[in-house]
Write a new protein. Structure first.
Length: 150
């Protein structure tokens, strides 16, 4: 079963991303599904594996949608998977890349954690990093731009 703090954290992850649905299933049979609707608040449905219990439903007010950023020049390196973005190999390490740094195709530029697996993401481009488009610890989705390179 998920605690109230877990549910709040899941809601914050959903609100801070461009995902519309977040579904998490636990090994004990409990599950949580969060949905973001354009005109409605996301619904939180929690189910336990106990007999004769109805699902618990809680409604949370959604934050207004963020305005799209202006289009900038250069190419982007996009996330190949859904997960949590990490700019460095550990919290006390320097980031893999920073603005102004030259990168080559195949260089490790970040980590995206998916299902407790740390996936090193390599650059698909040669160039100079002009912008880091996500913050450390952000939830990213498939195809979301991570870096801008010129």
């Amino acid at each position: 079963m998920y605690s109230k703090n877990d549910v709040k954290e899941f809601i914050e992850m959903l609100e801070g991303s461009s995902l519309s649905v977040l579904e998490i299933k636990n090994g004990d049979g409990s599950a949580i599904r969060l949905e973001k609707a354009i005109s409605a608040a996301p619904a939180v449905v929690m189910q336990a594996n106990a007999p004769a219990t109805a699902p618990v439903q809680e409604t949370v007010q959604a934050a207004p949608a963020a305005q799209p950023a202006p289009v900038a020049e250069g190419k982007t390196i996009n996330s190949p998977i859904v997960g949590v973005f990490y700019a460095a190999p550990s919290p006390d390490s320097n980031p893999y890349v920073s603005v102004g740094q030259k990168i080559s195709k195949g260089d490790t530029i970040c980590i995206v954690e998916a299902m407790k697996c740390m996936n090193e993401i390599q650059s698909e481009l040669d160039g100079e990093v002009t912008e880091v488009l996500v913050k450390d610890g952000d939830l990213v989705e498939y195809g979301q731009p991570l870096f801008r390179v010129k």
